[in-house]
Design a protein. Sequence first.
Length: 366
Amino acid sequence: MRRVLHLTRDFPPLIKGGISTAVGEWARAQQRSGDTVSVISFDAWRPKSAKNSASTPNAEFTPTGIAIIRVNGPGDLHAAREFAAKQCPALTHLHHGMLWEFADQLGLATVLHVHVLQARLNALRGIKETLSSKAQEIAIANADAVLCPSQAVAHEIAERRGDATVIGQGITVPSAQQASSEARPTVSYIGRFADIKGTQEFIDAMQSVIAARPEVRVVIAGGLPDNAKSEQRWQTRIKKALPSAEITGWLTPQEVNALYRRSQMVVVPSWYETLGLTALEAMAHGVPVVATHCGGLAELITHKETGVLVPPRNVNALSAAVLSLIEDPELARRLGKQAAAQVADKYAWVDRIRDLNQVYSTLLSA
């Protein structure tokens, strides 16, 4: 077994999106496999920020015994370097391109995990380059190994380097899939509010769904935990368009699991996803998923076998797919059951850790 240092932004219980959840799950799975895992979490990190911790950050331990230190600004980097030295890691596992410079300075073999493909998102938004995308490109070019959650990402990275390794996200499968007890059909959106997440398309599609089936309950869980003003603008937009919708705000993992259990379906309307963690979690719970045919989602879901896929940014197709499952509950149940079976078969953590250990071993023996 080996000692691994993860460098990330926002480590559980501080969760601001799918990356936080994914990294937390990877770290815990590695720990269960016998590795000694430590984490430096650059919470709300901005490299040029004057913000630092109110006092020198101290190492602490998660409930499972993972050593972690949380830093906020450049003034905390000395404490972070001291923490890293004390952990004596064999390598670093990097989860955000903005942290490449710090990782490089540690002088260890570094594995870059591409959870979000910044250049692809910029292209969808019509943006040429951002600080994050530039940093990620540097990390992709210089890391000792690059991990991708899907073939779609590996294909795009192949244009920069041809040796990216595909290792999908693992997931802990619920002990039992529970059918929803809701009397009304419940359609849920879970995640961040953003244009590229298809939030507006979901809002527009649900207007058509409710017009056709007024009994449908729409639940919108999530927001923008690092941007309260923008989150409030989204909530105002939602309330105006969908006055009957239940807006839960940002939920804990336990609350998200409870929402899966009371949902008839989960909608993932993103413009692009490197994997689609919300879809994977819903599938593990046996909840049918309507998602867009893009990126990792198109690999995760087999159309009309383990879910329903529609073109991105197509409101009519999205609303039609949702209505089709509301009107055919037997089809919805079958898709959910087959999705849960697929996840249990293909996304077990023991397989993901085996694949990751192979990458580590190859890197350290080079």
